[in-house]
Design a protein around this ligand. Structure first.
Ligand SMILES: [Zn+2]
Length: 272
């Protein structure tokens, strides 16, 4: 269910983003000749589908979702460029429909690289002139940065749309450190008490017990703990949720508690 929904929503958001981006020439929208604003917007657009799937299925930004969103971001960017290419080909000298030949594709790529080099050259003072190989190199680097921009933007968008906390001190989103489901409800409550009362040693032992109580298919209800943490200062957010199976085999998720830790508490209590 969650996999199908993710694929459908991700494909839709990537395809729509690619088409709109092509219509308004987003892949070629840069600031100062090199900052890939258009590619970043494409990445954000493509990521919305996966972010919706994460929210609709009460999931979190686990690696699988992130990788899938990033593939969607790159696909949307390439899709927009390919649509541009198709129009370019139809509008150009080639009127016979069919497979584009290698020369046409190479010429189009060369045109993209040259456009990049020209845009960067336009930002430099009149007196600065670089030789052609340097221009080609700059154009290739700019294309590379665009794709990278789309990938990085999908990551930001996933974090933002799924309410991952942001560390202002280190200017980055928290990372998902752990999602664990446990049938030992008592151990989860004891663990929560131990971290609230700042007993790190006991918290560690209890967390091991929480981890060991795997959820079985016959369990009717269990707990889920989700830990997001800043990779640098170790500030963290912990969510505790109650999950239960309904009569129709669906899983209901209800928030039970949310804890915020500053850098000192986070590093002391959540180190494993
Ligand atoms: Zn931080």
């Amino acid at each position: 269910m969650s996999a199908v929904l993710t694929i459908v929503l991700a494909t839709l958001s990537s395809a729509i983003t690619a088409y709109v981006a092509h219509l308004i020439s987003l892949p070629h929208f840069h600031l100062l000749g090199g900052i890939p604003v258009g590619a970043v917007l494409i990445g954000v657009g493509a990521a919305t589908g996966v972010a919706m799937a994460i929210r609709l299925t009460s999931n979190y930004d686990v690696a699988g979702f992130r990788i899938f969103a990033q593939l969607g971001g790159v696909s949307a960017y390439l899709g927009a460029v390919l649509l541009d290419y198709a129009v370019h080909q139809v509008g150009g000298h080639k009127t016979v429909p069919g497979f584009p030949d290698v020369m046409t594709i190479l010429n189009y790529m060369r045109a993209l690289v040259d456009a990049g080099a020209a845009a960067i050259a336009a930002q430099l003072p009149e007196s600065v002139k670089f030789p052609t190989p340097v221009g080609v190199w700059l154009g290739v680097v700019r294309l590379f940065i665009e794709v990278l921009g789309a990938v990085v933007a999908t990551g930001w968008a996933i974090s933002y749309f799924t309410a991952v906390p942001f560390c202002w001190r280190n200017r980055r989103f928290f990372e998902l450190k752990d999602v664990l489901e446990s049938s030992n409800v008592g151990a989860v409550q004891e663990w929560e008490m131990a971290i609230n009362q700042r007993r790190p040693m006991e918290a560690r032992t209890l967390l091991a017990r929480v981890r060991n109580a795997k959820v079985a298919p016959y369990d009717r209800s269990w707990m889920r703990i989700i830990i997001h943490q800043c990779p640098i200062c170790l500030a963290a957010r912990v969510r505790i949720e109650k999950r239960r199976r309904t009569a129709f085999g669906r899983i209901r998720t209800a928030p039970a508690d949310e804890l915020q830790f500053d850098a000192v508490k986070g590093s002391a209590l959540l180190a494993t």
